[in-house]
Write a protein that binds this ligand. Structure first.
Ligand code: SAM
Length: 208
């Protein structure tokens, strides 16, 4: 466990995201709205960038560090935001960056419930603070579809987001993953899992 406390409140970890209306809305609806109004996305990212200044740990930097110790992977960054991961590790990995709005020409603008990748393309699927949307289970199903067998799933979310981490883990396993570790990293929870041979159950719906 890593614990580096630098402020007494939650440093804006829960205040800034997920935006409540994004979280409570089907991603298809949010995607259409943000495509028509990318300024809403930019405004959100201005707030998110500001809020990160108070954080002792920045989740995408944790993932960059992890990627920098490895090479040769095909990685999906689901909900990449400013695509910092691709910027930092594209010299050693092939990175597909997906978000509602493309911050640069390397990012694929799409709803991460449906990414334009063939089955079993990815070695690693990363969700760094991006499980927004009432249907976020669909994002994890998409990770399962696009990951190779034994491929690696990383989820980092604010710990305060989870109402029941054990249940979340159980439900993730019903989606065809095996959870390898659940780690507290400052005010975040980092879940690592592997894709197994088990087919995802069709009825399971994960909850925060
Ligand atoms: C808090 S930001 C995190 C960005 C980046 N992963 C990071 O760690 O800095 C969450 C991002 O996920 C994206 N996102 C959430 N749900 C999405 C969806 N269904 N389709 C595409 N992008 C999505 C949002 O647009 C936003 O850019």
């Amino acid at each position: 466990m890593t614990t580096q406390q630098t402020c007494s409140d939650d440093c804006g970890v829960t205040a800034t995201f997920p935006p409540r209306h994004w979280n409570q809305t089907q991603s298809e609806t949010t995607h259409q709205r943000l495509q028509e109004n990318p300024e809403e996305w930019s405004r959100y990212h201005t707030l998110y960038t500001e809020s990160r200044k108070n954080w002792a740990i920045i989740p995408y930097q944790e993932m960059i560090r992890w990627c920098q110790q490895r090479s040769g992977y095909t990685i999906g960054d689901f909900g990449c935001g400013e695509a910092k991961l691709a910027e930092a590790v594209s010299d050693r990995h092939t990175v597909y960056s997906f978000d509602h709005v493309a911050v640069n020409t390397d990012v694929i603008a799409c709803d991460i419930a449906h990414v334009p990748l063939d089955d079993e393309r990815l070695d690693v699927a990363i969700f760094c603070l991006s499980l927004m949307g009432a249907n976020f289970t669909d994002y994890l199903r998409e990770a399962n579809r696009t990951l190779k067998l034994d491929g690696q799933l990383h989820i980092i979310e604010a710990t305060s987001t989870f109402s029941d981490r054990a249940q979340f883990q159980t439900d993730l396993e019903a989606l065809g993953f095996v959870v390898v570790s659940v780690q507290d990293v400052w005010k975040f929870t980092h879940i690592r899992a592997l894709k197994t041979e088990r087919r995802p159950q069709t009825t399971v719906k994960l909850q925060f």
